[in-house]
Design a protein around this ligand. Structure first.
Ligand code: EPZ
Length: 417
């Protein structure tokens, strides 16, 4: 069993290069199988979710070359196969093979996806979208079966601007006959990244990044090339670490517009931020002001940064209120923050944080990926030693986290217990 051990209290100084976005690459890799030729992805983060998707492509007889952040996926010998439970369960995003295989072969068999336990996580919007395009969906035990004689463009309204459903429907619709219109589509930057790759392969998608996406079906998708966008959640996590412990901590390779909600909240707390092109420099001020934060769909405050943000709120002067609105179960980290000394009252999906309180190192658990990120950030700012269990969640989403933080002065290591 692996544990992360952090001796907290060190100032963070120097530069961290932000990796490619997990939530983009996990859709770009399945999207690549829609090409009949070769697709090249640049800036691919080496995280366990990437490795799990490579296993699925290889199961489908695709050829993957992955070195120095460049991934080439060759689909010339691709075959449609059942995606078994041991692969589908490794991550949530295995569900993007539903849309991709359905578009390519009009047939897909895939076991239920896995992922963080942060709520019920239904995929009814995805399924309704596939059905609107003409697919029949069956559930056999723990397996979905999707089939269609042909897929036909349709008008699809999403009850909620779901990231996964928007991408999956886009994947299923790129080769459908006629025009598909997705209304109330999600607007996250990752969606634009996926649409850009698909267009580069020959798809006709417009409106990605707005709530109305139009897809004109095409017969063939060919070669494609894309840069994975920088991971705004990784950047945000390290920005929060910088707000707690930074002394001229520089994050390199960010896109400012993707971080606007976080930047505006950090400024409201009185944090000294210096943004220049794709770099952001952060130093912890003497005092942090308390604020209120509510998670929303993009461009609102991202749910994936809510957990690390609550750690920062424990150091603010006064009462801060944090409200999660996307997931039902994203407060798994709170009891461990309380164990470390935080004064937090939890009321369903709202955390009332009284600060500032000193945090002390403790043995804690990464209950999910971003809860784990919160524990890392807490451990960096706590006095003494923090030991984090279940760190495989963290390694699913943060590339070289130990190396990156060590390089800026943190005392952090992985041990085998
Ligand atoms: C993506 O999940 C991200 N995951 C999540 O990041 C992120 O928290 C989420 O978007 C919101 O930004 C990936 O990109 C792999 P949704 P996704 O569909 O697509 C409900 C992380 O920490 N819903 O936008 O699964 C759902 O239950 C992860 O990196 C339905 O009811 O999220 C939730 O309440 C965790 N029916 C809300 O919509 C559906 O069919 C938003 O979900 C689909 C979703």
């Amino acid at each position: 069993m692996k544990q992360l051990v952090i001796n907290g209290g060190n100032k963070l100084t120097g530069e961290i290069k932000i990796s490619g976005a997990k939530n983009s690459v996990v859709a770009l890799i399945p999207a690549a199988i829609l090409s009949d030729e070769e697709v090249t992805l640049y800036n691919v983060p080496d995280i366990s979710d990437t490795r799990a998707l490579i296993d699925i492509i290889e199961l489908l007889n695709g050829k993957v070359e992955y070195k120095d952040e460049v991934m080439k996926i060759d689909n010339k010998e691709l075959e449609n196969k059942v995606i078994p439970e041991e692969l589908s369960k490794k991550l949530r995003a295995s569900y993007y093979f539903m849309g991709a295989l359905l578009a390519k072969y009009k047939y897909a068999e895939i076991y239920f996806p896995g992922g963080c336990n942060i709520g019920a996580r239904p995929i009814d919007f995805h399924i309704k979208g596939f059905e609107k395009l003409g697919a029949k969906v069956e559930i056999e035990g723990n397996k979905y079966i999707f089939k269609a004689d042909k897929l036909k463009g349709a008008k699809i309204y999403l009850d909620f601007a779901s990231v996964g459903a928007t991408i999956n429907i886009m994947l299923a619709a790129v080769k459908a006959e006629g025009v598909t219109e997705i209304s109330n589509a999600a607007k996250e930057p990752e969606i634009v990244n996926i649409a850009t790759l698909l267009n580069n392969m020959g798809a006709k998608i417009s409106g990605a990044g707005t709530s109305e996406i139009k897809i004109i079906g095409v017969d063939h998708l060919g070669k494609g090339v894309i840069d994975v966008i920088p991971d705004r959640i990784e950047a945000g996590t390290y920005a929060i670490a910088g707000a707690l412990m930074g002394k001229d901590l520089v994050l390199k390779g960010i896109i400012e517009e993707h971080l606007e909600a976080l930047i505006s909240k950090l400024k409201e707390m009185g944090i000294d931020l210096n943004i220049d092109h794709n770099k952001i420099k952060i130093t912890r001020p003497e005092k942090l002001k308390s604020i209120n934060v509510k998670t929303l769909v993009f461009p609102g405050f991202p749910t994936d940064l809510g957990q690390p943000m609550t750690v920062l709120l424990t150091q603010a002067d006064g009462v801060s209120i944090f409200e999660e609105t996307i997931w039902e179960n994203r407060m798994g980290h709170i009891k461990y923050l309380q164990k470390m000394g935080a004064n937090i009252r939890l009321n369903d999906k709202t955390a009332i944080v009284m600060g500032p309180t000193d945090l002390k190192g403790e043995e804690v658990v990464a209950t999910d990926l971003r809860a784990g990120a919160a524990m890392v950030v807490a451990g960096l700012s706590a006095s003494g030693t923090t030991i984090i269990n279940d760190i495989e969640h963290i390694l699913r989403g943060y590339e070289n986290i130990v190396e990156k933080l060590t390089a800026v002065g943190a005392d952090i290591k992985i041990i085998e217990k």
